[in-house]
Each structure stands twice: as C-alpha cells, then as structure tokens.
Design a protein around this ligand. Structure first.
Ligand SMILES: Nc1ncnc2c1ncn2[C@@H]1O[C@H](COP(=O)(O)OP(=O)(O)OP(=O)(O)O)[C@@H](O)[C@H]1O
Length: 247
C-alpha cells in the first residue's frame, strides 16, 4: 500500500549547521507516529520541510505517492494534509463555530464560495459535527478567546480535522494543557484515529502523552534518526536514554 507520507533522504542545513540530516521514513494509513528528540534535534525543521514551510536542502517528500516539493501549505491542505501549531492559531474574537468553518474553507480552498456563495460555504453541518465530536457543543457560539487554553487546543485540533484530511501533523498538542484536558485530548485524538482511520504525525515533549498515544515512535538527535519502534522498545533503548541525558 502506498504510504500516506513518505520522507526520503531529507536534509536541511542552515549555513554550516545540518538541522536535519538524511532522514527517511514512511507513515501508513491509520498510524499515529510520534516524533521525539531532545531540544534542537531537528523535529520542527523536519515538520516544516514536510509541510512546505521550509524548502528541504535535499531529499523528497511524498503525500500519497505524490511529490510535494515546492507546494505551499494551502496546496497541501487541498491534498488532505492538516496541521496544528505550537502556538494556537484560533481567532479569539470569532465564535467556535466560525473558527471551524473558516478552517474548512481554507482546507477546501473555497475562496470563490466565500466571496460569492453561501456565507458558510456549506460547511456548517460538518462544523457542528466536528464541534460535537470534540465535545465543545456547549460552546458553539462562544468566542474562542473565552475558552480555556485546553479547550482552545481541542478547537485547534478540530480545525485541523475539518474537511477530513488524511494526514494531520500535530505540533506539541499537549503543550500547556492541564491533566484533565490532556486526557480528553488524547481520548478524542485516539477516537478520531480509530473511527475515521486518520493518520497523525505528532511532535511532543510530554513523554507520557506521546508514549500512550502513538503506535510508533521515531527519535531524532542532531538531525538524524537514532531509534524507531513501538513505544516500549523506544522507551528502553539505551541510545535514546543517553541522547536525552546527554542533551
Ligand atoms: N531558521 C533557522 N536558522 C538557523 N538555525 C535554525 C533555524 N531553525 C532551526 N535552527 C537550528 O536547527 C537545529 C534544529 O532546530 P529545531 O527547532 O528543528 O529542533 P527541535 O527538535 O524542534 O527543537 P525543540 O524541541 O527545542 O523545539 C537547532 O540547532 C536550531 O538552532
């Protein structure tokens, strides 16, 4: 089966520094892949190369077998790639519903329908289903800025999932979220993965969260993959322990 995401020999240098050094891996449909590593190991740079926010120095990235080099993030959206950001991207003055509809419009690239068509581009029904799925139903018409930080993270995830992307890249979804909301977030992400067969790649510093969410983990250190496997294998790998202790 063609991998949903295929990263082939990707390197990225900043001047003399190789932030990502010849990294290759595949992600198959329905996987939740964790990307971990000490600070400065190249996770964000790799993410940005995959998402078209940075051009890779060498190597290729394929989504569903199609090369995506040079594609802009909005073009990737149309191919079914969604993302969340470390820094929240919700519009605080807009309602929860309007934030989600706007995200759906961006994914579908329905600028024309935004200008000339129905105000919601036919997305309200899907947006309401997404709001219910992420258990934000009682806040549908509240301003996003009035939600707790953890709820805004849920909203951010719901926005990334609008328009049913096949691949969602999550950048530190657990960052700054309290324990109760963290359990909710993990449970909802797992449900989305299981019920809709969605594929995730997750950068995360919270080890407990990543180990209990992901089906497979890749560990980066100094821009290179130093370990790969199921959470238990990676957790007990002496190379990984040393990379973290040494970092
Ligand atoms: N725009 C840039 N210009 C120069 N160097 C950069 C740039 N972006 C990242 N780097 C360097 O590349 C290396 C990898 O950084 P990156 O942010 O990808 O690591 P990371 O694993 O995501 O770190 P963290 O966990 O702290 O977010 C670091 O040494 C960093 O200083």
């Amino acid at each position: 089966m063609t991998p949903v995401l295929s990263v082939r020999n990707v390197s990225k240098s900043f001047g003399g520094l190789k932030a990502v050094d010849d990294v290759s891996f595949d992600v198959h449909q329905g996987e939740i892949l964790g990307l971990i590593g000490p600070n400065g190991s190249g996770k964000s740079t790799l993410f940005n190369c995959v998402l078209g926010q940075l051009p890779a120095s060498t190597g290729t990235v394929l989504v569903d077998g199609q090369e995506v080099a040079g594609k802009r993030p909005c073009d990737l959206n149309k191919l079914g790639v969604g993302r969340t950001f470390q820094m929240l991207q919700v519009f605080p003055e807009m309602t929860v519903l309007d934030n989600i509809i706007l995200a759906g419009q961006e994914h579908k690239g329905t600028m024309l329908s935004r200008l000339f068509g129905k105000a919601d581009a036919g997305l309200t029904e899907e947006a309401l289903r997404m709001i219910e799925f992420f258990r934000l139903g009682h806040q549908t018409h509240e301003k996003a800025g009035s939600l707790s930080y953890g709820q805004q993270k849920l909203l951010d995830a719901a926005m990334a999932f609008m328009a049913g992307p096949k691949l969602v890249m999550l950048d530190e979804p657990a960052g700054g979220v309290n324990l109760t909301m963290l359990a909710d977030l993990k449970e909802r992400l797992k449900a989305f993965n299981q019920e809709r067969g969605a594929t995730f790649v997750v950068i995360e510093h919270n080890m407990e969260f990543v180990m209990s969410l992901c089906t497979r983990i890749i560990v980066l250190a100094n821009g290179r993959i130093i370990a790969e496997g199921d959470p238990e294998t990676v957790r007990n790998d002496p190379t990984v322990i040393e990379a973290y202790l040494g970092g």
